[in-house]
Ligand binder design. Structure first.
Ligand SMILES: [Zn+2]
Length: 296
């Protein structure tokens, strides 16, 4: 049974949070509640949760939690046009600058989670250049009418043709590659997540050639791959490691479920990841947005 199976029937918001709860760790070291070392031992890299949402909390609550865990957070507000429906969607420079100001002086990495292919349209390069990192996933997908569909929504199966699952999967892999090649992305999140109709057969659909295509695009574009609470599989991550891809650990957590990295750390241990394998936000000039050729 694949660990991703149960996750896929939950919402994007819920599926990793549920896993976090299930993976509650004992806290023999109060400074490392979220980072209880697995049998593989303590990682030799600083612990960062690069996928933290503020939806239902304040930055001060979240910073308190980070301090108690000894984990640094990468905060990601959603960014895109107003067509994207989330509790908060940053859509223009003014909103982005307000968000960055709110995080001023906080010991966090300042990121966004980009939504859809037009997400950059409201922002100047200068403002995007103020971010420490840009995170994106492939879970919002073009429907039959070309409109954006959240693949975790209950109506997704009606709006996206998944009748031939192998065909859908080929298009879904193309979609991953298209985003990796065309969008300025530092971190690719929720990687290898599958919509409900396919989720029970993760290994059937994520064949080595499909994994290779996604990994190759990530490697070429210097995009790090997120190790989440349940996905990607070890087989997927091994291929990524061989290709020299960098990794992040990410919970996709909402308060108080961020920073609880134990399952990610265990997977990093199984992969034998060292500090060299881990993504570190780049300096100005080296980020994805600096390399990005733009929409035109
Ligand atoms: Zn997220």
């Amino acid at each position: 049974m694949n660990p991703a199976n149960q996750a896929a029937v939950l919402s994007r918001r819920q599926f990793l949070a549920a896993a976090t709860a299930a993976a509650a760790v004992s806290a023999s070291s109060p400074r490392l509640i979220g980072a209880e070392p697995s049998a593989a031992g303590k990682p030799d890299f600083p612990l960062v949760d690069f996928h933290v949402h503020l939806d239902n909390s304040t930055i001060d609550q979240v910073m308190e939690l980070a301090r108690s865990q000894g984990v640094k957070y990468g905060i990601v507000e959603h960014a895109g046009t107003e067509e994207n429906k989330y509790p908060v969607v940053l859509s223009n420079d003014e909103e982005m600058n307000g968000y960055l100001k709110m995080l001023d002086g906080k010991p966090v990495y300042r990121g966004v989670q980009a939504e859809w292919t037009d997400w950059t349209s409201g922002f100047s390069r200068k403002t995007l250049g103020r971010l420490d990192f840009i995170l994106m996933d492939a879970m919002t997908y073009p429907g039959k009418d070309g409109q954006r569909v959240k693949l975790w929504d209950p109506d997704a199966a009606a709006r996206v043709d998944m009748s031939d699952k192998q065909k859908f999967m080929d298009r879904f892999v193309d979609w991953h590659v298209e985003l990796l090649e065309q969008q300025p992305i530092d971190v690719f999140a929720n990687v290898s997540w599958l919509p409900a109709p396919l989720a029970d057969e993760y290994d059937t659909y994520w064949t080595p050639p499909r994994i290779q295509r996604v990994v190759r695009a990530a490697a070429e574009k210097q995009v790090a791959i997120e190790i989440g609470l349940k996905i990607p599989s070890l087989a997927f991550l091994k291929i990524a490691k061989e290709a020299g891809v960098k990794f992040t650990l990410g919970t996709n957590g909402r308060y108080p479920n961020m920073g609880k990295l134990a399952p990610c750390i265990e997977m990093a241990g199984r992969l034998g990841l060292k500090s060299d394998d881990m993504f570190v936000p780049k300096t100005e000039g080296q980020r994805a947005v600096d390399r990005w050729k733009g929409n035109a």
